[in-house]
Write a protein that binds this ligand. Structure first.
Ligand SMILES: Cc1cc2nc3c(=O)[nH]c(=O)nc-3n(C[C@H](O)[C@H](O)[C@H](O)COP(=O)(O)OP(=O)(O)OC[C@H]3O[C@@H](n4cnc5c(N)ncnc54)[C@H](O)[C@@H]3O)c2cc1C
Length: 448
């Protein structure tokens, strides 16, 4: 065997897997990453945004969600105590490598009062404890993690894995894009969202079953930070759930960025919107997503294609992302540059095309979004202002879920699948924790 363990993908899941193996004394571990070295990545390059040493985490907002209900489905694999211990262990690694000490959203009387206000507005507040690294600090934390691994883990960047090599129900190693085969006793696949279609194809090729996950479609809302100041000061990010009146669809707030900026990203070549915030630099606005999750009618089973199709309509009509004042949407007219110039919310993303989101979203989604904004208005007056800006489309695509054991092992022996690419996590901390979980088990097996 060339190596004991090969890890595919150097995002948080792959990095934490490698670091845990090294800490447990496992040698001959190879970490393969298709993208560039951390210090070679450029924010403006859309491929570098998601790929390269550090994975999608490198340019993320760096919000570590410490609550087990949010950020993934590891709760389906572990009991509550074990999951809490695992998340704490992953969080401690981040803190030891430079993440700030402060945690937002600790239990308090203020939080209780917000939860009561949410209930009165027909909303459910999901308490979430958050450690905010901040976009500008993510790279330095990742840099420290890289230093910790130096000399203990062999890493190759610019090295896409083409195939997983399996024989008789057992993993044997990987084939690189240049045709070279590398053998190992264990393989950990951690390809993230950007490697989801590769993972799906490889799973199929070696006989692993996968199932599609729902897609969440919605908008990014931007408003003056003062509207949500009371909430964001005490809990930083409020995760609120609403069931829409007309369709009874689950609608939720997601990725709230106090004093942040709206940004775009590429999803399979389609421009979609997102948001982030810096730990120190501040804009005047807060942004957050409103996402609608709906179950599709049979026989349809390709939610990702549906999500991308809706997002592509905004690109078709606006040449990229579209922005609209809520007042314009409600009065049935498009936003224009002149109307956006008069808007009391100054857009932080000025390249979005003023347009009409009612041409983009199905009735079901648009109505659910409007009903959610009305509910939020009861909790935080000012949200339903005609000067609130709506950017479209925000879409959350989740990788197909692979059938896994509680230790993250697939039905092919010694092949593990972790992080967002396995369809089991949706955030930095759970992705990192899944890497630790697999690594601990592999180390135990190697020492037997
Ligand atoms: C803009 C943005 C902001 C975000 N903000 C937050 C946040 O604030 N908080 C939060 O919890 N989460 C956030 N997320 C989500 C978070 O970044 C991901 O959940 C997390 O990075 C998933 O980790 P991962 O290791 O599973 O996958 P990734 O981070 O996607 O890493 C996978 C790596 O595998 C590599 N790879 C893929 N296929 C191959 C292959 N065949 N061969 C070799 N390498 C391969 C990729 O290049 C990539 O580097 C954000 C995401 C984005 C895009």
């Amino acid at each position: 065997m060339d190596y004991e363990v090969i890890i595919v993908g150097a995002g948080p899941a792959g990095i934490f897997s490698a670091l845990t193996l090294a800490d447990l004394g496992i040698e001959r571990v190879l970490l393969l990453e298709q993208g560039k070295e951390l210090d070679q990545r450029q924010r403006r390059n859309s491929k570098d945004m998601l790929c390269g040493w550090g994975g999608a985490g490198a340019y993320s907002d760096g919000k570590l969600t410490l609550s087990s209900e949010v950020g993934g489905s590891l709760g389906e694999f572990l009991d509550q105590d074990s999951l809490n211990q695992l998340l704490t262990a992953a969080d401690e690694v981040y803190v030891a490598h430079g993440a700030p000490g402060h945690v937002f959203g600790e239990a308090s009387a203020e939080l209780e009062e917000l939860a009561d206000r949410a209930r009165l507005a027909d909303l459910e507040l999901i308490p979430a404890r958050i450690r905010h690294i901040g976009t500008e600090n993510c790279r330095s934390v990742l840099g420290h993690l890289q230093e910790s691994m130096a000399g203990r883990i062999e890493t190759r960047t610019g090295c896409p894995v083409q195939k997983l090599l399996a024989e008789d129900g057992q993993i044997r190693g990987v084939r690189l894009a240049d045709g070279q085969n590398i053998t190992s006793r264990f393989v950990v696949a951690a390809p993230g969202r950007s490697g989801a279609s590769w993972m799906k194809a490889e799973a199929k090729a070696i006989g692993l079953k996968t199932r599609p996950m729902p897609v969440d479609i919605g908008i990014r809302v931007e408003l003056p930070a003062t509207v949500l100041k009371e909430i964001t000061n005490s809990i930083y990010e409020s995760k609120l759930i609403y069931y829409s009146k007309t369709f009874d669809d689950k609608v939720r707030t997601f990725c709230m960025n106090p004093y942040g900026e709206v940004v775009t990203e590429k999803n399979d070549g389609i421009t979609t919107v997102n948001g982030h915030s810096y730990a120190k630099k501040r804009s005047e606005n807060t942004n957050f997503a409103i996402l609608v999750s709906s179950a599709f009618t049979e026989p349809f089973d390709d939610p990702i294609a549906y999500g991308l199709y809706i997002a592509s309509l905004a690109n078709l009509l606006g040449g990229g992302a579209i922005v609209q004042r809520l007042g314009d949407l409600l009065t049935g007219r498009r936003s224009t540059k002149a109307r956006i110039d008069r808007c009391l919310t100054r857009p932080t993303f000025s390249e979005a095309t003023p347009g009409d989101l009612s041409f983009v979203f199905p009735y079901r989604h648009l109505l659910s979004i409007i009903e959610m904004l009305q509910a939020l208005e009861k909790m935080a007056p000012g949200v339903y202002s005609r000067h609130t800006l709506l950017y479209g489309v925000e879409v959350k695509l989740y990788s197909n879920r692979i059938d896994l054991s509680p230790e993250m092992e697939t039905r092919v022996s010694n092949l593990f699948a972790i992080g967002d690419g396995a369809g089991i996590t949706r955030g930095l901390l759970q992705a990192s924790a899944s890497g630790m979980l697999a690594a601990r088990y592999i180390a135990k097996r190697l020492k037997e």
